[in-house]
Design a protein around this ligand. Structure first.
Ligand code: 5GP
Ligand code: ZN
Length: 116
């Protein structure tokens, strides 16, 4: 299911443009519009699920596919040796801005821990 108002559903439907990095029947990956690292790719399920806390047991496979896509893209971008970060922000305190589940794949620079 998709949402008429959701910006990431619009990207998934190709109603608005994005630099697509990878797509299959379950997930879509595209470059973040405001990259915070040399590599900054967002990976989403095609299905509109608002946030991580809404995931159900039946969504376990799709959640795994999001991580596997991030890992494969990281490899294709040559990040295995240097490393990378995969981040999923859930709701207000994490700073989630787009309410369609997504993972950020970020790499190509050193990150601080803990995050701010
Ligand atoms: P969040 O804070 O929800 O985890 O991250 C949302 C991300 O989506 C942000 O990094 C933001 O730059 C990105 N973003 C928001 N709108 C668009 C858009 O229309 N196109 C693309 N490619 N990225 C977007
Ligand atoms: Zn959506």
């Amino acid at each position: 299911m998709q949402s008429d108002k959701c910006i990431f559903c619009k990207i998934a439907r190709k109603d608005i443009p994005a630099k697509i990095v990878y797509e299959d029947d379950q997930v879509l990956a595209f470059e973040d519009a405001k990259p915070q690292a040399p590599v900054h790719v967002l990976i989403i399920p095609h299905d509109h699920i608002e946030k991580v806390s809404d995931l159900k047991e039946k969504d376990a496979l799709i959640a795994g596919k999001v991580i596997m896509a991030a890992k494969n893209i990281a490899r294709s971008k040559g990040l295995d040796d240097s490393g990378y970060r995969i981040v999923m922000n859930c709701n207000r305190d994490a700073g989630q801005e787009v309410f369609h589940v997504h993972a950020h794949l970020m790499g190509g620079r050193k990150f601080n821990w803990p995050p701010g």
